[in-house]
Design a protein around this ligand. Structure first.
Ligand SMILES: Nc1ncnc2c1ncn2[C@@H]1O[C@H](COP(=O)(O)OP(=O)(O)OP(=O)(O)O)[C@@H](O)[C@H]1O
Length: 475
């Protein structure tokens, strides 16, 4: 530790459990770690302790003689207290765990409590308060020192998410609010809205910022490789496994695992993922042993997962588990006031990457972009700007962006083309007073060509009997 750093007191923790043996076990475990510990046997005693002083973390059993641990959580939230809460729930009560996380618990532990996990969850819980100036007990210092200062990092992360419209501001404050907990986050939004950026911001604003962020596109992995990719594999576990390899869970240890396109995960893999999340352990293919992993799961989808649950393609229990906290990223059309700032940020990035000077962005171009449907959201905007920069000839940016074409695939191409041709010909003929020569000139055809087409499509033109001409006449 930095010898110049002021000697700070170890973190203070309040333990609440009505079983004296367990209380003692938790107390001793924490005292051995160097923390200062107070203990309470019920809600009333806990409230007295909390009234008397501030703690860094509160660890409470869910069921207490005079009420639920959740009530304490709600009290602390209502009083805007900074204590991080860890709730201990009975084995198999997934609902309680989810409820606790929704009520603002930092994390939960399931009985019987594994002491190694207990120590690591407590260390995570107090880490953030430690970064704000309270010392960690011996042995945990490395984590605190490698963890970047939270406020600066959070601000940088949020800056990358360009946009100050009310809807984007709401997204950002939600990110800050949810970043601190261990609860799984589900990010919903159309394609290209910036879901991955949001996931990175959740990670960057959390105490996990100094640990890995591992992004996985669930739809891009072949089904037979999913298990090895997620959980790792021992050498020889399958044909081609020439050496031990770690999975995404192991790679993201201590950090965040971002599961993009989670709706595309096959059902068999959904069960395995659910198990890994519930047990917080994974087993590499071919390994006899399970290993504990401390990973926060952030997932994203552009699909309606609830509809997937209805249709039987997505497991309800996994949906329930992943969707503890939801962040919805609005489509670009609902935040068009962000366009100028977004264009500037994207242009700066594009020009920087390609070593070009930043072109001038005129209000007319912004207005032009504003009028586009932009159904591909920020990614589409990025592509349009990329094209404009690549094709631009002077320092004023010109956008040649037709609205994204909706390609209609006709059932019968010939009929479809005939119909298009017929309506163009009819329109031009009407506009030229059925003067075939004038119509042909406008369409870049010869008189003979237009007569052929009129005959082929059976278009009646007053004063002529083109439709009566047979195609043989043109042979
Ligand atoms: N608010 C924003 N500020 C700056 N860049 C953004 C913003 N939103 C999106 N982008 C950029 O747009 C592109 C698409 O964003 P991202 O990949 O995060 O979208 P997504 O919703 O995850 O897409 P998909 O659904 O296809 O996975 C990226 O290059 C990203 O950097």
């Amino acid at each position: 530790m930095n010898p110049q750093a002021p000697a700070l007191l170890p973190a203070r923790i309040l333990i609440i459990d009505d079983e004296p043996d367990l209380r003692t076990l938790y107390e001793l475990t924490l005292l051995r770690q160097g923390y200062r510990v107070e203990a309470a046997g019920d809600l009333q005693q806990a409230r007295e302790h909390l009234k008397a002083q501030r703690f860094d973390a509160v660890i409470t059993d869910m069921r207490l003689p005079d009420g639920l641990g959740l009530e304490l959580l709600r009290d602390l939230a209502a009083q805007h207290r900074s204590e991080r809460c860890v709730v201990i729930t009975a084995h198999g009560s997934a609902e309680n765990a989810v409820e606790a996380l929704k009520a603002g618990a930092f994390d939960y532990l399931t009985k019987p409590v594994d002491l190694k996990q207990f120590r690591s969850v407590v260390a995570s819980a107090i880490q953030e308060t430690t970064n704000l100036g309270v010392a960690l007990p011996k042995g945990e210092a490395r984590m605190a020192m490698t963890s970047p200062g939270k406020p600066a990092d959070a601000a940088t992360m949020l800056q990358k998410l360009v946009g100050e419209s009310p809807v984007m501001r709401a997204v950002k404050s939600r990110i800050v609010k949810v970043a601190g907990s261990m609860a799984p986050v589900l990010i919903r939004g159309e394609s290209g809205t910036g879901k991955e950026l949001v996931a990175r911001a959740v990670h960057g604003c959390s105490h996990r910022a100094a640990s890995p962020f591992v992004a996985v596109n669930c739809s891009a992995i072949p089904e037979n490789l999913l298990e090895a990719e997620f959980f790792g594999a021992r050498k020889g576990a399958y044909t081609g496994a020439a050496q031990d390899r770690q999975g995404y869970f192991q790679a993201a240890k201590g950090g965040t695992l971002f599961l993009d396109e989670i709706g595309d995960l096959p059902l068999a893999m959904q069960s395995k993922l659910l198990r890994a999340i519930q047990e917080r352990t994974v087993r590499s293919l071919g390994s006899p042993q399970e290993e504990t992993v401390d990973v926060r799961i952030v997932s994203a989808t552009h699909k309606d997962l609830a509809a997937g649950v209805e249709a039987g393609t997505f497991r309800q229990d996994l949906y329930y588990r992943l969707n503890v906290i939801e962040v919805v990223v609005p489509p670009l059309r609902e935040r068009l006031d962000d366009l100028p700032a977004l264009c500037n940020a994207l242009l700066a990035r594009i020009c920087n990457e390609s070593g070009l000077d930043m072109p001038e962005l005129s209000p007319a171009v912004i207005a032009q972009l504003r009028s586009l449907p932009l159904n591909g959201n920020v990614r589409e905007l990025e592509n349009i700007l990329h094209r404009a920069v690549a094709l631009g000839e002077d320092s004023l940016l010109q956008v040649d962006a037709p609205p994204e074409e909706v390609v209609v695939v006709p059932e019968n191409l010939q009929n479809f083309l005939d119909q298009q041709e017929r309506s163009i010909l009819t329109k031009v003929l009407q506009e030229t007073g059925f003067n075939r020569t004038a119509a042909a000139t406008r369409l870049g055809l010869s008189l003979r060509q237009i007569r052929y087409r009129i005959a082929r499509l059976g278009i009646t033109t007053p004063g002529h009997d083109d439709a009566a001409e047979t195609l043989d006449d043109f042979a």
